[in-house]
Design a protein around this ligand. Structure first.
Ligand code: DAT
Ligand code: MG
Length: 153
């Protein structure tokens, strides 16, 4: 089945550096399907909810400050094993450790500004939780991409 949905966000640094198009292109080229997108500014409350799991970490305040510092592109992408596949394409959390060829490995140098967020495949349900947090059901679109028969057997 190739209808798994995952939440992806181009962070404020990606928007400021003009990397949104490239991020979308990479995911599109892979065969993943864009089913929702919202160019938006995250407020303090949404930031706290989104990053609730990190509330007690020493980097939490900096993380909230960064993610609210400018607009982001919030997206939902659909495809086979989408959550894990996007995480592979993102690379390691710290861009300094991320492999070349990954999004973080190609564009980032600093842990605090690591370009992209993706739901965590090691935290089952995080994809649905994050999608629900950022999108209403009617903001997500069901459709077939013309090349789907050439992406999936
Ligand atoms: P990921 O974004 O790869 O899922 P995470 O959920 O562990 O990573 O952390 C969320 C974000 O918090 C991460 O993208 C960057 C920031 N972060 C994580 N660990 C950090 C640390 N040790 N110091 C500063 N920022 C950190
Ligand atoms: Mg995470």
């Amino acid at each position: 089945h190739h209808d798994e949905r995952t939440f992806v966000m181009a962070k404020p640094d990606a928007v400021q550096r003009g990397l949104v198009g490239d991020i979308i292109t990479r995911l599109e080229d892979r065969g993943l399907k864009l089913v929702g997108a919202k160019f938006m500014q995250i407020d303090e409350e949404l930031a706290h909810e989104h990053y609730a799991e990190h509330e007690d970490k020493p980097f939490f305040d900096g993380l909230v400050e960064f993610i609210t510092s400018g607009p982001v592109m919030a997206m939902v992408w659909e495809g086979a094993d989408a959550t894990r596949q996007v995480r592979q394409m993102m690379g390691a959390t710290d861009p300094a450790e991320a492999a070349p060829g990954t999004i973080r490995g190609d564009y980032g140098l600093d842990l605090g500004q690591n370009i992209i967020h993706g739901s965590d495949h090691e935290d089952p349900g995080s994809n649905e939780r994050e999608i629900d947090l950022f999108f209403d059901e009617e903001e997500l679109v069901d459709y077939e991409r013309a090349d789907e028969p050439w992406v999936y057997e």
